[in-house]
Design a protein. Structure first.
Length: 346
């Protein structure tokens, strides 16, 4: 049962879900303002640590960051509720757009108003990154690593860059930071049973969906398997997910036309919440020829398939991360990891 601060946290999460435009960097900026500065659910260092941790995982980074915050505050139950409250508004918006496309086929629909959304989000991102940097970057090495991370992510816009930069910057501060850290007397334990259960569920979903799709050859089963796979292997956010989906659903299987796909993606930029909700639109449009019920099913499959793997990865890996970061070499690495994460926000 949700009470007190946890209920307020869910309300704030819903507020983010209906007002957070501009992609993961803007989402983190809004979390900084609402979760850190106004509500004080966590510190700026804890937010950047959660962002850095989730940037090393495949899946929707801002969504996983939110799950991590909720998991730390109230356990798995609060994390699942937060995920639903965060993703549901965007999923409902994209479902409505899917139905609109079915009836009107997007003819004559102007997307000119979208040009005003991204510039506002960029300004908000820059301000938030400046505020974060003042808190988590404490010396010249941190400034250098932040600028290095910024430069590399600008010129090398590839999915592997994000985890590699976090690892490299962490290693640099681990070896350059000579500060003697006090030993931790209360090292957190790991519930291997729960972690293994989450990993097993993810593997079961991936294998089960692939087997059902191969046996039945039904489009809905194939779609669900595709979304689960994309949610399990996508590093770098929506900018990496969209080309993969275009190749699979437009070029390879021809479930959507290029016009439907591109128009839906453009509208997704004007919808608040996680960018991965574009999978809701793609799933619904892919099943539109089977009727309204299947179209709604496609929206549901797209939403669950794209978000479930990332959530299960957080539930599996976060307890291990909590255990590992109690070691001194991980503590020394956090300074570089946070600096790299700040550069990525920029």
């Amino acid at each position: 049962m949700l009470r007190g601060r946890n209920l307020l946290f869910i309300r704030d999460t819903f507020l983010l879900g209906v007002t957070a435009f501009g992609g993961p960097q803007a989402h983190i900026a809004m979390m900084l303002q609402l979760f850190v500065r106004r509500r004080k659910y966590l510190s700026e260092e804890e937010l950047m640590e959660a962002l850095a941790f989730c940037s090393m995982l495949p899946g929707p980074t801002s969504t996983q960051t939110l799950i991590t915050i909720a998991l730390k505050r109230g356990g798995a139950s609060l994390a699942w509720i937060a995920l639903a409250v965060w993703a549901l508004p965007a999923a409902l918006f994209m479902t409505a757009l899917t139905l609109a496309f079915t009836y009107y086929e997007a003819k004559g629909f102007s997307l000119d108003f979208l040009v005003f959304v991204q510039p506002m989000a960029i300004g908000f991102i820059l301000f938030a990154a400046f505020k974060i940097g003042r808190t988590v970057i404490k010396n010249e090495v941190g400034v250098f690593l932040m600028l290095l991370s910024l430069a590399i992510t600008v010129f090398l816009n590839a999915p592997w860059v994000f985890p590699v930069m976090l690892f490299v910057c962490g290693m640099i501060t681990n070896f350059s930071n000579r500060k003697i850290l006090p030993p931790l007397s209360n090292r957190p334990g790991v519930n291997w049973r729960v972690s293994s259960l989450n990993l097993g569920l993810l593997i079961l979903l991936l294998i089960g969906a692939a087997v059902v799709g191969a046996i039945t050859h039904h489009r809905s089963a194939i779609l669900f398997e595709n979304f689960l796979r994309f949610g399990s292997i996508t590093f770098g956010g929506g900018g990496v997910l969209v080309p993969m989906m275009f190749e699979q659903f437009v070029k390879h299987r021809a479930y959507l036309t290029a016009n439907e796909f591109i128009s839906g993606y453009a509208l997704n930029q004007a919808v608040p919440g996680p960018a991965f909700a574009f999978a809701t639109f793609s799933g619904g449009m892919a099943l539109k020829e089977f009727g309204l019920n299947y179209q709604l099913l496609g929206c549901v499959l797209g939403t669950i398939g794209i978000f479930m793997p990332g959530a299960l990865m957080v539930f599996f890996i976060y307890p291990l991360w909590q255990y590992l970061k109690s070691y001194r070499f991980i503590q020394r690495s956090l300074e570089g990891i946070n600096a790299a994460a700040t550069g990525m926000v920029l």
